[in-house]
Design a protein around this ligand. Structure first.
Ligand code: PHE
Length: 339
């Protein structure tokens, strides 16, 4: 029987099987345990002989099991190592680098231009209150201009900002003019209740800015915008200023640049006029200053707002604004951050 047991142990092919054998040959109900337990019933003189014999058999089984266990563990380790073999000379799987989104690249390019002129960046809040988004900007509740900036309301007075101007209102409210003028840009995401199509999106990016000090004139506004547009679109862009209307500026202007790729003549991009509108601006309305408790007799200045999506579309010849938000890697990877 012992030889059979030893053979069984040596034939065990895995640790679980070996454990089952161990329970059978050495466990509480095994013959060897029975013999050892029955020692007390034997005659005194028989006990040493039987005891020695039984112990030898038990020790033999224990050793055989230990050896087999070690062998099986080694085998398992060998298999694992063979399986997980690592060849460091094989070429690796290439990791595709991400790049900043093209809109973020354009935003940063514009930030650089304005920071070069000494503007500071103010980020503000995507969720705004009605008061800063409209009221303070000379657009009371019944103002028709609110129609153009219909948005998503969180509650009756809290909404997704429709433009970056609330940022300017907040800065006006908080600024301490004894520390110097306001010279800020506010880049960020804005929302409008528009049906998405090639040129409209319910979310897009704007950069607005304002300069408020004593003795700021429209010539300052003109010079600032000309410099910014030439820096971004190239010095050969022609620029024209047209009178316009915004509730928060007076006088107000819109800025056009000469159309791309159609030699100032006309093409679909510029609706066959030779010009494309890129910016709204104007001299800050006294009501806006008053709403922020700034002395409108002493301080004044200008504000402007531009669409970052629009700037990106014009610069890179993108014809559908929705492409910015669809996150198609084939589209996005064309803009690898190098000009
Ligand atoms: N807030 C305006 C808009 O979103 C843009 C603008 C800003 C126009 C500042 C004039 C002055 O339409």
């Amino acid at each position: 029987i012992n030889d059979q047991n030893l053979a069984k142990i040596q034939q065990a092919t895995n640790l679980k099987e070996l454990n089952e054998i161990r329970v059978g040959v050495l466990g509480k109900k095994s013959p060897i345990t029975n013999v050892l337990r029955g020692m007390k019933d034997l005659k005194k003189e028989d006990r040493p002989v039987v005891g020695q014999f039984a112990n030898e058999i038990r020790d033999g089984l224990v050793t055989a099991i230990d050896n087999q266990k070690a062998a099986l563990e080694q085998k398992r380790l060998d298999q694992k190592l063979a399986h997980e073999k690592l060849d460091v000379t094989l070429p690796g799987t290439p990791v595709v680098d991400g790049t900043p989104h093209v809109l973020m690249q354009v935003m940063e390019d514009l930030e650089d231009v304005f920071m070069g002129m000494g503007f500071q960046i103010v980020r503000g809040y995507e969720v705004e209150d009605e008061h800063h988004n409209f009221e303070m900007l000379n657009m009371p509740k019944d103002h028709p201009a609110r129609d153009m900036q219909d948005t998503f309301y969180i509650t009756q007075d809290v909404l997704m900002r429709t433009h970056m101007s609330p940022n300017e209102a907040r800065e006006l409210e908080e600024h301490d003019f004894s520390e110097g003028p306001i010279k800020m840009i506010g880049p960020g995401k804005v929302y409008r209740r528009d049906t998405d199509d090639a040129t409209h999106s319910h979310q897009f990016f704007q950069m607005e800015g304002q300069v408020i000090d004593k003795h700021i004139t429209m010539a300052d506004l003109k010079g600032t915008l000309e410099y910014a547009i030439h820096s971004f679109f190239g010095a050969d862009r022609e620029i024209r200023f047209r009178p316009s209307y915004f509730p928060f500026t007076e006088p107000s202007i819109e800025v056009d640049i000469s159309c791309f790729n159609c030699n100032g003549k006309g093409c679909a991009v510029c609706k066959y006029t030779g010009w494309i509108e890129v910016l709204g601006a104007g001299m800050t309305h006294p009501n806006v200053l008053k709403a922020a408790h700034v002395d409108a007799d002493v301080y004044g200045g200008f504000a402007f707002g531009l669409g970052i999506d629009r700037f990106a579309m014009l610069k890179y010849g993108i014809t559908d604004i929705r492409q910015f938000y669809q996150n198609d890697i084939r589209f996005l990877s064309q803009f690898n951050g190098e000009d």
